[in-house]
Design a protein around this ligand. Structure first.
Ligand code: ZN
Length: 341
């Protein structure tokens, strides 16, 4: 089969012929139809410090996918050949306290497909049946291929009650934009999304009914005063990993405000803790998706009118993957989807 492999310790990915994966008794074999390119894949492409420390050379990359089950192990129950599916890319252990309590997303022994284990940028993917998420007819393959990042957005957005709240999202990448759409869908009053990249802010405005703010040229306090907000935002979602953005969020939050943090700051960064303490702010770190509650909620919302399709701005044949990565690396795209059919 064809696969995109981190074949060499330098910038890039390489298309290679690989054997179709063998499956164990509790696995399924999935014929991949569509995949999404993630920021994580860009790190791997760029072969930055994190990628060098984490990703073994020779690995098939990719973790955002939709496809169809074409074979199943002897012990697999409840899934049939031909079932369309996506799936959770975190392969969890079953021994930790968290796993045994059903909090699978907090298992410290987690390994990721396309990061530590063979991934989805291939014609076929082996996946434990446990990780499979069947797709209803209402969710087509290209939306199925972005459920992984949508899951990050949903997990972040549902961290705190948003009904009637004013929400600030810093970082208008695809996940920030999808989180904004989710916040509106579940009943937030005002959703303001900030960035310094105007193309991304324009995309945010097309995907969801939100207020895009370019903090390079606009003053956030003036924006929220214009929205008749008195003290500031009730809930923040930090999606950029940018120190200045987090600072600005703390500055513009109400007393007792809440922050869900998905963006990853590079290295250690200075934080004004006294301000966080005196404002009585709650901060929650968000990792991955709740397995499988986030999947349940996002599929239910998609069936109930949540529309994030416009966040997909580019579609390429898998053989044109290099162009897809180029578009992603430009910082001017939304989600890029590759077609493996
Ligand atoms: Zn991803």
């Amino acid at each position: 089969m064809k696969a995109l492999v981190k074949a060499r310790g330098e910038v890039g990915l390489w298309a290679e012929e690989r054997p179709v994966p063998e499956i164990g008794p509790e696995d399924v074999l999935i014929r991949v139809r569509k995949t999404g390119i993630c920021g994580t894949d860009i790190h791997i492409w760029n072969w930055d410090d994190w990628a060098r420390r984490t990703v073994p050379l020779g690995l098939i990359t990719g973790h955002e996918f939709a496809g169809e089950i074409v074979a199943k192990g002897a012990l697999v129950e409840g899934l049939e050949i031909g079932q369309r599916c996506s799936g959770e890319g975190h392969l969890i252990g079953k021994l930790s306290r968290q796993s045994r309590a059903g909090r699978f997303h907090l298992d410290p022994a987690t390994r990721g497909i396309g990061v530590n284990e063979p991934g989805a940028f291939a014609e076929f993917l082996r996946l434990p049946a446990f990780n499979v998420v069947p797709l209803p007819d209402a969710i087509d393959d290209e939306i199925g291929a972005i459920l992984d990042p949508l899951g990050n957005a949903v997990h972040t957005a549902l961290s705190f009650d948003l009904v009637g709240e004013d929400v600030l999202i810093t970082g208008a990448g695809p996940i920030g934009i999808m989180a904004a759409a989710v916040a509106r869908h579940v009943g937030a009053r005002h959703v303001v999304i900030t960035d310094v990249n105007q193309a991304r802010l324009d995309l945010a405005g097309q995907v969801a009914d939100v207020v895009p703010v370019n903090v390079a040229t606009q003053d956030l306090k003036e924006v929220y005063a214009g929205l008749k907000m008195v003290q500031g935002f009730d809930v923040g979602m930090e999606m950029s990993g940018n120190q200045a953005a987090l600072d600005q969020m703390v500055e513009n939050l109400v007393m007792g405000g809440k922050i869900a943090m998905l963006g990853i700051p590079p290295g250690k960064s200075p934080v004004d803790w006294s301000r966080i303490v005196f404002k009585a702010i709650t901060i929650k770190g968000v990792y991955g998706r709740e397995i499988f509650e986030t999947w349940y909620k996002m599929i239910a919302m998609l069936e109930n009118g949540l529309d994030v399709r416009k966040v997909i701005t580019h579609r390429f044949k898998a053989s044109d993957f290099a162009t897809g990565f180029e578009v992603m690396r430009s910082g001017l795209s939304g989600k890029v989807v590759l077609d493996w059919t």
